[in-house]
Design a protein around this ligand. Structure first.
Ligand SMILES: Nc1ncnc2c1ncn2[C@@H]1O[C@H](COP(=O)(O)OP(=O)(O)OP(=O)(O)O)[C@@H](O)[C@H]1O
Ligand SMILES: [Mg+2]
Length: 300
């Protein structure tokens, strides 16, 4: 059954895959990876420090409006919504980069506001605008990242080569400057960097936006593999309906900071009559919000 403003269960086996060293035994029993209850985030307005004159007070934007859902351990959970719907803000709240103005968010029982360090040990995030030292190679950038995460040099070097070649990068590209790489290749390096910290929960903010179809498929296959073999829980944002449909176990459709529906792709599509053809998530979104998910000028 489709849930509106939901706390939904999943039929997935949350105990599959390889155990991760960061998780203590007491946490293993807890199959809820992420618990978000009435999370609220507002930007602008009177609150906060500002150098602007009082008369120029900024308009308020409610970016995340009392959003609630749970993500089970081992799920690939998608947040699907148009530009400005609050996807990145939600990811940044989970990643402890922003503090919620209301509600609670916990990662394996650790509250993001009260125990940010504990949360940071369990998660990693790949943002759309991942930054690198452009003159340095992927290997040099990732070795730098590995030092920050406390991963030993030999182990890191082995992992970098293994992850990047698995992601379809040619070995010689690993040693060439980042600035010579396509956006797709750079995105793969960004994902590889996040994996060096062996996150229990991987937050991927638009992991395949701007990638060519082949790179998209490679990244998507790798996300699936991560979940299946490394016991990683994955939350990803996207405006690509096909990606959400093919990759995600469940999808929250978000619009204007509100979750308008949350369910499996199949159940979401059952929400609307098919008029003789298989419904798409785009049609579901249009039915629920009266808007198109991606306008023509946003389409790649
Ligand atoms: N740091 C900020 N200061 C002020 N407003 C912000 C800030 N970050 C986000 N917003 C606003 O909050 C709303 C949600 O933005 P957010 O970046 O979360 O959307 P999004 O769904 O990730 O969009 P996109 O698909 O374009 O990445 C937007 O109206 C945006 O302008
Ligand atoms: Mg965003």
């Amino acid at each position: 059954m489709t849930t509106l403003n939901p706390t939904v269960t999943s039929t997935l086996d949350p105990f599959g895959g390889t155990r991760n060293a960061h998780l203590e035994d007491s946490m293993i029993a807890d199959s809820v990876a992420l618990n978000i209850q009435s999370a609220y985030k507002m930007f602008g307005g009177a609150s906060g420090f500002s150098l602007a004159p009082r008369s120029a007070s900024r308009a308020q934007t409610i970016a995340v409006n009392h959003v609630s859902f749970q993500v089970k351990r081992g799920e690939i959970f998608g947040v699907l919504g148009p530009n400005g719907s609050g996807k990145s803000t939600l990811i940044r709240l989970i990643a402890t980069l922003l503090v919620p103005d209301g509600g609670t968010i916990s990662v394996f029982g650790h509250d993001v506001a009260k125990e940010p360090m504990a949360v940071q040990r369990l998660i990693n995030r790949v943002s759309v605008e991942a930054s690198f030292f452009k003159k340095l190679s992927p290997m040099e950038n990732l070795m730098y990242g590995a030092r920050l995460y406390g991963v030993g040099a030999d182990e890191a070097r082995r992992q970098v080569v293994a992850i990047l070649t698995r992601l379809g990068l040619q070995e010689k590209a690993i040693y060439r400057p980042m600035e010579e790489m396509s956006r797709g290749m750079q995105q793969k390096v960004a994902i590889a960097r996040a994996l060096l910290s062996r996150p229990i929960v991987l937050l991927l903010d638009e992991p395949t936006t701007g990638l060519d179809p082949r790179s998209k498929r490679e990244v998507q296959a790798f996300v699936r593999e991560l979940r299946d073999t490394h016991d990683t829980t994955i939350v990803l944002t996207t405006h690509d309906m096909l990606e959400a449909d093919q990759l995600c176990d469940r999808i929250a459709i978000i619009d204007g900071g509100n979750i308008v529906a949350l369910d499996t792709p199949e159940n979401l599509k059952r929400l609307i009559s098919n008029n003789g053809h298989a419904p798409t998530l785009e049609e579901v979104f249009l039915t629920l919000t009266g808007k198109k998910l991606v306008t023509e000028d946003q389409a790649e």
